[in-house]
Design a binder for this molecule. Structure first.
Ligand code: FES
Ligand code: FES
Length: 187
């Protein structure tokens, strides 16, 4: 069975007819020619396909395209309208990749993770459940644990995220309006 859906991808509106079994990842790559999200495991285990849907990180291999009707999807190719995103620059500055296959998913996941922490969403290692998240390196590692890196660039990925965090003096990481566990958390 096929369905026509409309969704926004990296700021551009698309209408596409898909088999109802098509994943968002396959729709992005095979139907819309957006190769930023990568297919690693295709089973929700590696995080390389992570994109942002309505500002929340989602493993696109686990989400059906038809579930994205009307949604705003942002891939690593579209995270910044003004060129390179600060997190992408930090990944370069901190040498946070080798082959780069996991990097688009890492960047999208990190952007979503920082928003989740800013909204006060606790992780498995959060000790004080008072709505304030202190983004220690342990917190960053836990919150990024759904994104695997076969090249083992983990220390530098944490350093890159820390660099952006430290530069963001406007952020207090105090609870916002919606501290609910976000979609895709705990992958
Ligand atoms: Fe989606 Fe691995 S390809 S989690
Ligand atoms: Fe190679 Fe992460 S940089 S898999």
């Amino acid at each position: 069975m096929e369905m026509r859906i409309t969704l926004t991808v990296d700021g551009a509106l698309h209408g596409v007819t898909v088999d109802t079994r098509t994943t968002l990842l396959d729709a992005l790559r095979d139907r819309l020619g957006n190769y930023a999200p990568k297919k690693g495991c295709d089973h929700g285990q590696c995080g390389s396909c992570t994109v942002l849907v309505n500002d929340r990180r989602v493993t696109s291999c686990l989400s059906l395209a038809v579930a994205q009707e009307g949604n705003d999807v942002v891939t690593a190719a579209g995270v910044s309208a003004d060129g390179i995103h600060p997190l992408q620059q930090a990944f370069i500055d901190d040498d946070a990749f080798q082959c780069g296959y996991c990097t688009p998913g890492q960047v999208c996941s990190a952007i979503g993770m920082l928003d989740e922490a800013g909204a006060g969403a606790p992780s498995h290692v959060t000790e004080d459940l008072d709505g304030h998240v202190d983004l220690t390196d342990e917190e960053i590692r836990e919150r990024m644990s759904g994104n695997l890196c076969r090249c083992g660039a983990y220390p530098n990925i944490v350093a890159a995220i820390r660099r952006v965090l430290d530069a963001d003096t406007s952020s207090t990481y105090t609870a916002g309006a919606d501290p609910a566990t976000p979609e895709g958390a705990g992958r």
